[in-house]
Design a protein around this ligand. Structure first.
Ligand SMILES: [Zn+2]
Length: 253
């Protein structure tokens, strides 16, 4: 039994069963003590000329809405019908079992993509190197002290209005964080833009500790969204908000 109430090994089994039943290929990153780390891949059901979407979550163990939301999406065999999809749904099983942001050694895995110290991210990068380019990436996160939904947008290719549309869809399930400054970054209607992030932190590749979003933007995609749902709200509402965010991106494609 674990201390968080979330069972990553059981969740992995459910993900694998649901995914295999609708034609996903299931592969694995290096395992953790608390469970395996499946990742999923499926070609678009709509045909070869489809965009390629990257999704990931469960990298912070105290943020469970993302992993729960991915399982919900996979239960609908047609949810991802229009895209080639690659999904990493459970990046930090030990943290999820413990209910901690970091892994069992206390490393924040989402700051470990520059010179990885953790086996979890070394393995993730090794696998990423075998994958090509994505048309967009979305990473599902939560904010422990959040008062509403917001998102980080590293978008150099899709319409700049898309971030606002994604937030609006999340806002049908949880409030939107409308503060002018979020996490010390100027925000507009819950969107923290690439431009504002660079103005605040400098060129993204100069950051000493790369999160997954920066690694992806440097190597795999020109479009990355990091969604944040507010943890003080009920899990069901946060899950709905995360599903709505992914659905809005899919709808755009
Ligand atoms: Zn997070």
């Amino acid at each position: 039994m674990n201390s968080s109430g979330f069972d990553p090994a059981g969740h992995a089994r459910e993900l694998e069963d649901v995914a295999r039943a609708s034609g996903w290929t299931v592969r694995y990153l290096s395992p953790c003590a608390s469970g395996p780390r499946p990742w999923l891949n499926r070609a678009a059901l709509s045909g070869p000329a489809a965009p390629h979407l990257y999704l990931s979550t469960g990298i912070h163990g105290d943020e469970i809405a993302g992993p729960v939301a991915i399982l919900e999406m996979l239960r609908d065999p047609d949810f991802f019908a229009g895209v080639h999809a690659t999904i990493f749904p459970l990046l930090n099983p030990d943290g999820l079992a413990l209910g901690t942001r970091g892994n069992a050694a206390g490393i924040d895995l989402n700051r470990d993509y520059r010179n990885p110290k953790s086996a979890e991210i070394a393995s993730h990068i090794k696998t990423l190197k075998t994958l090509g380019r994505f048309d967009a990436a979305m990473m599902l996160h939560e904010d422990y002290e959040g008062i509403g939904a917001y998102l980080y947008e590293l978008n150099e290719a899709l319409p700049p209005t898309l971030g606002g549309e994604i937030i609006a869809s999340m806002g049908r399930h949880v409030p939107v964080d409308l503060r002018p400054v979020i996490e010390e970054v100027p925000a507009r209607g819950g969107v923290l833009s690439r431009k504002e992030l660079i103005a605040k932190f400098g060129p993204i590749e100069d950051r000493p500790d790369w999160p997954e979003a920066i690694y992806l933007s440097l190597h795999h995609t020109r479009v990355g969204y990091t969604t944040e749902t507010p943890k003080p709200f009920p899990l069901e509402e946060r899950v709905r908000a995360q599903i709505a965010a992914v659905k809005t991106l899919l709808h755009f494609f």
